[in-house]
Design a protein around this ligand. Structure first.
Ligand code: DGL
Length: 272
């Protein structure tokens, strides 16, 4: 992608999600690229995206990206699989050359292809699975890869309520993962930015024979490569990260602790 504006290192990275799940990605950026400044936007007024139509998700994403570009972001990270699946192509077309766009689907697809599996499973929201984006991108790059994809809509509310590493989460996870179509998988993709929080539940259920992969580190690698290639990696962070939500409640702020290692303050910003 050619940028029409000339970006500079000091500009922030815009990161957004339907809510607070994308904080898993922001947390990893903060950890592995500590000189970068982040502006995070969680669209808590419209959460969950996983149950919305692709058109509705695209509309929300356009507004959010406009907000982040107005704040001078050099890069926009779509830290949500549902939004990446529905809106990535639209956003790149709609804001040509205005920033570098990163989604969470392509980095994970690349990571999977590098492993040459024969059969994998994917779990994600309804929006992500029904978009067929993972299945299509994986097939395009490895036509003999067998892909079993399952919608797992109970997992996001379960995680947001703090139900993981306990007997309730184990029952729900077992119910989903015992699905016949997952027989013989060598890897399971956690294709939702909430799911890294239940990685250990899932690993316990699947055992060592199945690799459990999520987008987080693959996405940070992609962000770093794209910034390095353009000499846009910041060498010194001057401002604090900023975290905005489109609807504020105390419980959203409390739940951020599950997703982000440091205490953070959410600011309410209505873009609707
Ligand atoms: N974090 C979103 C994703 O990665 C799921 C949450 C939602 O449904 O809004 O798909």
């Amino acid at each position: 992608m050619n940028l029409t504006k000339t970006p500079h290192k000091k500009q922030p990275i815009g990161v957004f999600d339907s809510g607070i799940g994308g904080l898993t990605v922001a947390n990893a950026i903060n950890r592995y690229l500590p000189n970068e400044e982040i502006i995070y936007f969680g669209d808590t007024a419209h959460l969950p995206y996983g149950d919305k139509s692709a058109d509705a998700i695209r509309y929300y994403c356009l507004k959010i990206v406009k907000f982040l570009l107005e704040r001078d972001c050099k890069m926009i990270v779509i830290a949500c699989n549902s939004a990446s699946s529905a809106a990535y192509d639209t956003l790149v077309d709609f804001f040509p050359g205005e920033a570098i766009f990163v989604n969470v689907v392509d980095p994970l697809v690349t990571g999977v292809i590098e492993k040459s599996y024969k059969k994998i499973g994917i779990i994600a929201t309804k929006a992500t699975i029904r978009s067929d984006v993972y299945q299509r991108k994986l097939r395009e790059q490895q036509s003999n890869l067998e892909v079993a994809a399952l919608e797992t809509p109970l997992l996001v509310p379960m995680i947001e309520e703090g139900y993981f590493d306990n007997n309730i989460s184990q029952v729900i996870i077992e119910n989903y993962l015992s699905n016949e179509q997952f027989k013989g998988i060598e890897a399971l993709l956690l294709a939702c930015t909430h799911y890294p929080l239940i990685r250990s539940d899932i690993e316990d259920y699947l055992g060592k024979a199945v690799d459990v992969l999520d987008s987080t580190l693959f996405t940070v690698r992609d962000i770093e490569n794209k910034l390095r290639k353009r000499d846009l990696l910041n060498d010194h962070k001057e401002k604090d990260h900023q975290f905005y939500v489109s609807d504020f409640t105390q419980s959203f702020e409390e739940t951020t602790r599950l997703f982000y290692n440091e205490h953070l303050q959410l600011d309410h910003y209505s873009i609707w």
